[in-house]
Ligand binder design. Sequence first.
Ligand SMILES: Nc1nc2c(ncn2[C@@H]2O[C@H](COP(=O)(O)OP(=O)(O)OP(=O)(O)O)[C@@H](O)[C@H]2O)c(=O)[nH]1
Ligand SMILES: [Mg+2]
Length: 334
Amino acid sequence: MSETVENVPATATGPVRRSRDVPMLVDRARAGDPRAVARLITLVESGDEVLPQVAAALAPYAGHAQVVGLTGSPGVGKSTTTNELVRALRARGHRVGVLAIDPSSPFTGGAILGDRVRMQDHATDPGVYIRSMSSRGHLGGLSAATPQAVRVLEGAGCDVVLVETVGVGQAEVEVASLADTTLVLLAPGMGDAIQAVKAGILEIADVFVVNKADRDGADATVRDIQGMIALGERGPGEWRPQVVRSIAARGEGIDDIAAAIDKHRDWLERHGELRRRREARAAAEVEAIALGVLRDRIGSLRDGTELSTLAAKVAEGAIDPYAAAGELLTQLGS
Ligand SMILES: Nc1nc2c(ncn2[C@@H]2O[C@H](COP(=O)(O)OP(=O)(O)OP(=O)(O)O)[C@@H](O)[C@H]2O)c(=O)[nH]1
Ligand SMILES: [Mg+2]
C-alpha cells in the first residue's frame, strides 16, 4: 500500500475499507467516491488477486482520458508543474487524476512527501484525484501497475490523467509508452541537455519544458535542445518536439505548456497516432501481464521437481540449456 496519498485516503473507511467487492467499488468509483478510487488503486498497486476482475469491470471505460506523462531529473520541478497544470485543467472544467510514481525506491522518500506539499492546492477539490504509488510488491513492477491505475482514474471519470515519474533509468521510457503525450522537464545548468541525449530522452519527448527559467542559462538550455531537435531526422508530417520555458514556482509558462499539449494532441488525432500509441500501450500491458503470469508459474516450478530435474541434467551436460528451457516452456503450456 502506498504510504502517501494526498487527497485520496489510502485507508478508506466504511464499507469500502479492505473491500474486495469489485462491482461495488467500481460503482462507487464511477459515482466519484474518492475512497473507492483509493481502494481500487491500492488493489492494483499490491497486485491483488482480484485484479483481473477490476480490469474487466473497468474495460468499458477505457480510452476516455488523455494521459500526459511528466518526467525529468529529481528536483527539476515536475510536481510544481503538475500542480499548476491541474489548476489550468480545472479552469477548463476537466476532471483530473494525478499519479506520482516513485520507481526508484520501495519506500516513500522526501520526494513524495514534497509532492504532498506541492499539490496541496487541490487537496479539497472533488474534481481532482491525487495519488502516489510505489511499485513495491507488484510483480510486473511499474509497467504493469501504472496502466491499471490509469484505468481506475479513467473509470472514475477523469478527463486527463497526469503521470509524474522521476527520470531514472527505464522509468521514463515506461512513462512514455503509457502516455499520449510525454513532457520532459529540464532545468538550466544541470547539464540536462547533454544527459537528455545520452539517456535517449530525445526519442520519447513530445514536449521539452525548460523549467526554472528564472535561473541563469535558460536561454542556453533552450538553444541546446533546439539544436538537438534540428539534428533529428524527421519525415514529412512527423511531430517536431516543442520547446517551452516555464517558471512553475510562479505559475509562469503553464499556459504555453498546456498549449503545447493541445497541439500535440491535435497532431496525434490527425495522424492516427493516438490510436497507434494506445494500441502499442495495450500490447505492452498485455505482454507485462502475460510475463507476470509466466514468471509466477516458473517460480512455482522452481519450488517443484521439474526445474531441478532439468537443472541437474544441464549441469551434468546431459542436455543443453536451450533444450531445457524449451522443455520448461512445454511444461508451462500444459
Ligand atoms: N527557481 C525555481 N524553482 C522552482 C521552479 N519550479 C520548481 N521549483 C522548486 O524546485 C524544487 C523542486 O520542485 P518539485 O516540483 O518538487 O520537483 P520534482 O521534479 O517534482 O522533484 P522530485 O519529485 O523530487 O523529482 C522546489 O523547491 C520547487 O519550489 C522554478 O520555476 N524556479
Ligand atoms: Mg515530484
